[in-house]
Design a protein around this ligand. Structure first.
Ligand SMILES: NC(=O)c1ccc[n+]([C@@H]2O[C@H](COP(=O)([O-])OP(=O)(O)OC[C@H]3O[C@@H](n4cnc5c(N)ncnc54)[C@H](OP(=O)(O)O)[C@@H]3O)[C@@H](O)[C@H]2O)c1
Length: 240
């Protein structure tokens, strides 16, 4: 039976049609949040449609390609016109990881595309969503990073643009967190663990349910002193 109880909590998740993003939508909706599920192609987002039919008042699918300014602004405008127009939490989850990248075959355009999705787009989505976040009493921006962006942990080759993009995301998180702190807005980089998704592969340690459940615990407990930090899904400091 369809349920649609809402708690007033309002969340935007990018890359919400599969993997970790889809599970964020499911768990937020389950606890009564109003979740805007951003995805590039809503017509092909079958799992999201199922969530909408189960919890119609909780989940709304919004078209959102994080690399397209018009798409970002249309999604933000849509949320602004819904309810009180506020946003409590932005989960910058959309990400991409190219396969087969080696030193000998690196290409400028392909590398730039990864940096755009994984590092630049989260900051631009945050910038565009800022006008919604200012209406929240507990505004927070969560950038889904990766241990592969850790310089300390990088002790092998390959994965050039993915690792570089997540290291860049960590730096951008740190910079923006300082600029947003005077407004009481928190921004963190959060490593989800190694998760069974199209990106993580089937051999990964964690199900999306386990990873997102842990991350929600961390996100719910964030305070001002956590802003600008790079955290594990257990809320511990991740080595930069
Ligand atoms: N899985 C892991 O082990 C792991 C570990 C560390 C960090 N992470 C991070 O966790 C996040 C989610 O990863 P995942 O494992 O769930 O990967 P996934 O299953 O491959 O899902 C990636 C999501 O990002 C979306 N996306 C890609 N480019 C986009 C764009 N331009 N605009 C909007 N959406 C876009 C995809 O949409 P389409 O379906 O339209 O392509 C998809 O919804 C990523 O940031 C990833 O780097 C994952």
């Amino acid at each position: 039976m369809a349920e649609s109880t809402t708690t007033g909590e309002r969340v935007l998740v990018t890359g919400a049609n599969r993997g970790i993003g889809l599970e964020f939508v499911r768990q937020y909706a389950e606890r009564g949040a109003r979740v805007f599920a951003g995805c590039r192609n809503p017509d092909a987002a079958g799992f999201l449609s199922t969530l909408v039919s189960r919890r119609p008042g909780n989940v709304e699918v919004v078209q959102l390609d994080v690399t397209q300014r018009e798409s970002i602004d249309a999604a933000i405008n849509h949320i602004a016109l819904d309810g009180d127009g506020s946003l409590d939490t932005l989960i910058n989850n959309a990400g991409t990881s190219p396969r087969g990248e080696e030193f000998s075959n690196l290409q400028t355009a392909a590398m730039a595309a990864v940096l755009e999705v994984n590092a630049i787009a989260p900051l631009i989505v945050a910038q565009r969503a800022h006008r919604l976040l200012v209406h929240s009493s507990r505004p927070r921006i969560v950038n889904i990073s990766s241990s592969m962006g850790s310089l300390t942990h990088k002790e092998s080759g390959r994965h050039y643009s993915y690792c570089a993009s997540k290291a860049a995301l960590n730096m951008l998180t740190r910079a923006a967190a300082h600029d947003l702190a005077p407004e009481g807005m928190l921004m963190v980089a959060l490593h989800p663990g190694w998760v069974q998704t199209d990106l993580g592969g089937s051999a990964a340690d964690l199900t999306p349910t386990e990873s997102v459940s842990d991350m929600l615990g961390v996100i719910d407990g964030l305070s001002a002193s956590d802003s600008s930090r790079f955290l594990t899904r257990h809320g511990e400091e991740h080595p930069w």
